[in-house]
Design a binder for this molecule. Sequence first.
Ligand SMILES: NC(=O)c1ccc[n+]([C@@H]2O[C@H](COP(=O)([O-])OP(=O)(O)OC[C@H]3O[C@@H](n4cnc5c(N)ncnc54)[C@H](O)[C@@H]3O)[C@@H](O)[C@H]2O)c1
Length: 253
Amino acid sequence: MTAALARFARRTALLTAAGSGIGEATAHRLAAEGASVVVTDVDAEAAHRVAEEIRAEGGQARSRRLDVTSPDEWAATVAEITALNRHLDVLHLNAGRNLPGAAHELDDTSWHDQLRLSLDSVFYGVRATVPLLRAAGGAVVITSSIHAAIGFNGFPAYAAAKGGIGALVRQLAVEYGGEIRFNAVLPGAVVTALWAHTPAEYRARTAARTPVGRLGTPEDIAAAVAFFASDDASFITGQNLLVDGGRSISAHE
Ligand SMILES: NC(=O)c1ccc[n+]([C@@H]2O[C@H](COP(=O)([O-])OP(=O)(O)OC[C@H]3O[C@@H](n4cnc5c(N)ncnc54)[C@H](O)[C@@H]3O)[C@@H](O)[C@H]2O)c1
């Protein structure tokens, strides 16, 4: 990519849960467009592998372990970026997992675990990084889910967590106004490790219910994250964008 087209030249991007799937694809995308990326994951080895791959492709990347549910690990991550004298231009808050369980069967621990990973983590991440993002005039992109927009059987805690992100991006966009932009992407069915154990027949049925006729790829979501994170979206904040091949607007059964 030429310097003129490198939307993230001289910018630093911090990504969470980037050792796999959507976060991994987004790290590659931002680095390919010139960003210096900090690849984090609770799985330090996975984050290390992704950073190595980006460097092998000629990009700039470092990695570290970050469990997004730990305020202490957030503080240590911010301290490392500060010590490196780096600004923070882009934050991709991407952690989440759809633990199933109908509401009448869900125990307290499962409910709270789900909210801690998928929603509390967003609060911890924003709280820790606002000073760095403010200094840079940064952009935050959060990975939400189609579950924030429409109901699916068996995922009340996941829907509540991702739905909470929808309200939070609007709130944060208002609160930090012209200093930091906040947006969320709502992926539909995207083939990542989350889908590793789903039967082929289920995948085919989901693709058939999706107007564009296929499941999503991590790269489909990375493209939307990169758009929100870039100056191309400098007049867009507080938005929740469905990136789902049209699944959520189709009555197709
Ligand atoms: N794949 C889909 O169909 C889909 C659809 C909608 C939304 N999403 C959302 O996209 C995001 C990424 O999902 P994916 O499909 O790429 O998953 P993935 O399983 O490919 O990757 C998830 C990553 O999260 C990491 N992780 C787990 N707990 C963590 C923690 N406490 N701290 C830091 N990292 C942690 C894992 O180690 C793993 O590397 C999630 O928020 C998910 O809810 C995915």
